[in-house]
Design a binder for this molecule. Sequence first.
Ligand code: R5P
Length: 295
Amino acid sequence: MQLLGFKDYRQQGKRLAQALKLEYQQVAIHHFPDGESKVTLPQIRDDEVIFCRSLDHPNDKLIELFLACQTARQQGVKRMTLVAPYLCYMRQDIAFNPGESVSQKIIGQWLGQLFDRVITVDPHLHRINNLNQAIPNTKTISLSATKLMSEFLANRPNPPLLLGPDSESEQWVMQIAEHTGLDWEIAGKQRHGDHNVEIMLPEIDFKDRIIVIVDDVASTGRTIAKAAKALHQRGAQTVNCLITHPLFADDAEQILCNACINHIWSTDSINHHSNIIQLTSLLAEAIKSEYLFHS
Ligand code: R5P
């Protein structure tokens, strides 16, 4: 088996290869002046390949994966696994207005056709129960970072109160609370636009509490910032956030800073200086047991 990584996710790919006792090899990408990509695979020596690349900023990455995948097939690869700790296009899961494409289904079907296995971490599945509904006709493995997050939080000096900023975050908050015994609450959220959200905190006493806002994704940062501001208004002592997928688009970090977030912590599903939890062990264990039992 060969593990092929990409420059933008090199450290994580290398760590994963090391944990699996595989050589790390890198797919070379050249961007032509007009924006097209040239993809060059390292020498293919095996009929089984793992591609490791997270799918934030996905548009170029998806095309490059497609080119890499088809080239590998042409070179005789029989089985291909995609390890994408952050899986893109999962949030648009229905057409909210006539004519809108349901990207979760379309991208999901495409990935299902390309790969024999797709492994990811905490995909944003809101209106469906399992990843196979989004990525049909292939083996899907959906892992959760909540155990690693729990271990991280359990080692904090003062037990925080966990706050999920919306109903979708409840699944992750509850799992962390189960592992750690920490108190938890869920806020209500209404989204009026990409950069406009409203947060309704539950009616409990937040005064002098240390809070950790837990969410799967921070994109514009507005959800967390609004929750943090509301918590400060209610007397919280410190507000931190723990994010699985730190997308942090455009001015997101500045917005969080303005909202007086004390610490921003995240997993390394996406490269960001807030990465404090490595997913390597979670991914490696899943791959090892998959290959042990199903190859
Ligand atoms: C949505 O349900 C997700 O769990 C996040 O709360 C959301 O994607 C965060 O987006 P933003 O950072 O743009 O408010």
